[in-house]
Design a protein around this ligand. Structure first.
Ligand SMILES: O=P(O)(O)OC[C@H]1O[C@H](OP(=O)(O)OP(=O)(O)O)[C@H](O)[C@@H]1O
Ligand SMILES: Nc1nc2[nH]cnc2c(=O)[nH]1
Length: 184
């Protein structure tokens, strides 16, 4: 449940800074899709969307991938509408089974990396043949887990709370077609 009202969400958007327009995001997705195609087009991948944030990127990225693939999902969360992360909660483990599969995990943001690290560990544990990751944005700071590399990154964002294009502002504004930084 959101902790703010729709009116407060509107104010947050008015006060936010535009970081990337939908045109800029589209160009980034074109670049990502070309790299993913080069790597995975012949490997029959299972693309797993990370709910909730990954569904907007997922839809727009999948529309740019013109080779045979299958789609599933998982739901892991650690922010739950807040601007600071906590423990990971698994709402849905990966579906369908990732055993023996070449998996591409699609999420909106790589921030402190705890979410992606848990997801990749779970998928490897479940017997995937190979696991790749793709995120729309990488947040620039030095608080990432050592050794955790994302294979496909669309855009870089500063160390601020960002929203839009699947990313929420206290559960609002996943529906925006651009990316904004919240007022600090
Ligand atoms: O790199 P981290 O610091 O772990 O943060 C990244 C995660 O945070 C967001 O998920 P959130 O828990 O907000 O759930 P949501 O996708 O439902 O918004 C986002 O979708 C990533 O999965
Ligand atoms: N919406 C949103 N979710 C996040 N999860 C981790 N960092 C962020 C962020 O900056 N914005």
């Amino acid at each position: 449940m959101a902790g703010i009202t729709p009116e407060q969400a509107l104010v947050a958007l008015q006060e936010a800074e535009l970081l990337y327009s939908s045109t800029q995001i589209g160009s980034a997705l074109d670049r990502m899709a070309a790299l993913i195609t080069a790597e995975l087009a012949k490997r029959d991948p299972l693309v797993l969307l990370v709910m909730n944030g990954g569904f907007v990127l997922g839809a727009h990225l999948l529309a740019r991938l013109h080779f045979p693939l299958r789609v599933g999902y998982l739901h892991a969360t650690r922010y739950r509408g807040h601007t600071r992360g906590g423990e990971i909660t698994w709402i849905a483990h990966p579906r369908p089974s990732v055993a023996e599969q070449v998996v591409l995990v699609v999420d909106d943001i790589f921030d402190e990396g705890d979410t992606l690290q848990s997801i990749l560990a779970e998928i490897r544990q479940a017997g995937a043949h190979a696991v790749y990751s793709a995120v729309l944005v990488n947040k620039r700071h030095d608080r990432k887990p050592a050794g955790l590399i994302v294979d496909f990154v669309g855009l870089e964002v500063p160390d601020r709370y960002v929203f839009g294009y699947g990313m929420d502002y206290q559960e609002y504004w996943r529906n925006l077609t651009a990316i904004y930084a919240a007022r600090e």
